[in-house]
Design a protein around this ligand. Structure first.
Ligand SMILES: [Zn+2]
Length: 325
């Protein structure tokens, strides 16, 4: 679930703030309060721009998050961009999203969000979805070792090179599904490369596999070192967000309830549900990602703490390594 509003914050390199699902404010803040500032002496984030052709052909990415809307709201633009540039994409949803509807039963909520998640993934160009189906809002009671093992299996099976997930070191995260998933993803990414972890995987034909790139996002302050231009993917991202019809419908109706309690309404949020969802998403999310891009001269952008492959020995290797014959 994605609900809180982005705030602002400053950390050593760049200040990020974000924040989607929790309690929507009674009044949406178009323009979002999201700001990304560079603190004195800190390096400016790297800007990742559109690339022509398919420079990532042969590479595999996975977006790993507990809730269907997380994928589209927090990294949907970058995921769509990288897939358009050649990546094969997978989506791993770790919860069953049973708590996110306005008035459906638990069973109907699970089925509706499962269906929405599949549609959302298709909009982003995802090849296949894996639902781990841990219970929504209760993931702090699941075995982290088990979830980590399932993720390690998938990293090795799919040969995942690049992941998108919650920042395990993001601040002020209140949803246990987010921080438990984040911590399992972080550990799985390096452990999947170990040849002694889960030898039964090797017996089944898998091999150790290292995740070489990580894009971490957060709803609260985090260290931001990469800003991705998603201007070309913004319409696709908004379509993906709106594909979460059950969750967005819940956001709209809760928001309408809050306004009604103040004896107010917004005409564009009344009437046809799909039109209301689109209007709400435009109010809620477009300004946020415009705010991320604005300091860098980008129309729309997403921001991350990016961790790339280690290059510590590259200079030595270039000078001394010899071909294997
Ligand atoms: Zn979420």
């Amino acid at each position: 679930m994605e609900r809180r509003e982005f705030l602002g914050g400053t950390l050593s390199a760049t200040l990020l703030s974000a924040d989607p699902k929790s309690k929507p404010p009674a009044t949406p803040s178009p323009g979002g309060a999201l700001n990304a500032e560079t603190t004195a002496g800190g390096p400016a984030p790297e800007i990742e721009r559109a690339q022509s052709g398919r420079p990532h052909a042969g590479k595999v990415l996975a977006t790993i998050a507990p809730h269907s809307d997380d994928h589209s709201i927090l990294c949907g633009g970058t995921v769509a961009k990288l897939i358009s540039e050649g990546y094969t994409g997978y989506l791993i949803r770790t919860s069953n999203d049973e708590m996110d509807s306005y008035d459906l039963s638990v069973g109907a909520t699970i089925a509706a969000n499962e269906s929405d998640n599949e549609r959302m993934a298709k909009v982003l160009g995802i090849k296949q979805v894996f639902d781990l189906n841990y219970r929504n809002h209760a993931m702090d009671d699941v075995s982290r070792v088990e979830m980590r093992a399932r993720l390690i299996f998938l990293i090795r099976l799919l040969k995942i090179d690049t992941i998108f997930s919650y920042d395990p070191w993001g601040h002020y995260e209140e949803n246990p599904d987010h921080y438990i998933t984040a911590s399992c993803v972080e550990a799985a990414c390096w452990m999947a490369a170990g040849h002694n972890d889960f030898p039964e995987h090797m017996a089944a034909g898998l091999k150790p596999h290292a995740v070489s790139e990580k894009y971490y996002y957060a709803r609260g302050p985090q260290l931001v070192n990469r800003v991705v231009d998603i201007t070309a993917q913004m319409d696709q991202k908004m379509d993906a967000i709106c594909a979460n019809r059950t969750m967005l419908g819940n956001m709209v109706r809760e928001f309408r309830d809050e306004l009604a309690a103040r004896k107010l309404k917004l005409p564009e949020l009344e009437g046809d549900q799909d039109a209301a969802i689109r209007a709400y998403a435009n109010l809620r999310f477009k300004p946020r990602f415009a705010s991320v891009g604005e300091p860098y001269g980008l129309k729309y952008a997403e921001q991350y703490h990016y961790i790339g492959p280690s290059r510590a020995l590259d200079a030595y290797i270039k000078e001394h390594a010899v071909p294997i014959r």
